[in-house]
Design a binder for this molecule. Structure first.
Ligand code: FE
Length: 216
């Protein structure tokens, strides 16, 4: 469908009739507008600088589940670190360069007898310093409600089939308490290096909805 764009700058030759939508053209939701207004107010009042906000966003975007995987691989490889992680997780992850200064972290370990899984029933609390941003399903109403009511059924939907002998523990995160699941180390991986182990450890296994799989 041809369009006449008489207002175009004739010095430029456009390869197509329609300019692609620019990111700024999208309609912001209520909460996005609230967020922008709050940020502008904090900058205007001198509480934070725009540079500090930018740096915090950049740091958040660079945080990936690889950080958590490094922690778990270290716990699998180093029994003393494992005990430190299970007894004082904040101090243990800070040792590896992942400080969590505003929330308490609790590491919960899976075994033959116990399977741990994490949720935030209220909203989307998550160990972001170790896993980055939470997946969409973690924030969904369905997961938040069902993992508490029927954890075995939800785990089965993730492909995690547990026998009745395994106790399932569901941990509800809060604004100041976050959980990291230490999955079971798969048999046969004892000879692997920490980096090789870390490559096996998935985000979902550290939320507790899956196990870590390995085949030689
Ligand atoms: Fe939350």
């Amino acid at each position: 469908m041809p369009h006449d764009h008489h207002d175009h700058d004739d010095d430029h030759h456009h390869a197509h009739d329609h300019a692609p939508p620019q990111p700024d053209d999208k309609v912001h939701s209520y909460y996005q507008i609230l967020g922008i207004a709050l940020k502008e107010l904090l900058v205007e009042k001198g509480v934070v600088t725009a540079g500090e906000v930018r740096a915090a966003i950049e740091k958040r975007d660079q945080t990936t589940p690889a950080f958590g995987a490094k922690v778990v691989a270290k716990a699998w490889s180093d029994p003393i670190f494992r005990i430190r992680l299970l007894t004082n997780a904040n101090a243990a992850v800070a040792e590896l360069g992942f400080p969590m200064t505003t929330t308490q972290l609790v590491a919960v370990e899976n075994s033959e007898d116990v399977h741990n899984v994490v949720v935030c029933t209220l909203c989307s609390c998550y160990p972001r310093e170790l896993l980055g941003l939470p997946p969409a399903w973690y924030k969904s109403r369905a997961y938040r409600a069902r993992i508490v009511q029927e954890p075995r059924a939800v785990l089965a939907e993730f492909g995690t089939h547990l026998t009745d002998k395994v106790e399932v523990r569901v941990h509800d995160s809060t604004a100041d308490m976050r959980y990291l699941v230490v999955p079971q180390q798969p048999a046969g991986t004892e000879g692997l290096s920490e980096d090789e182990l870390a490559a096996l450890i998935t985000r979902d296994s550290m939320i507790g909805v899956t196990e870590v799989n390995w085949s030689a």
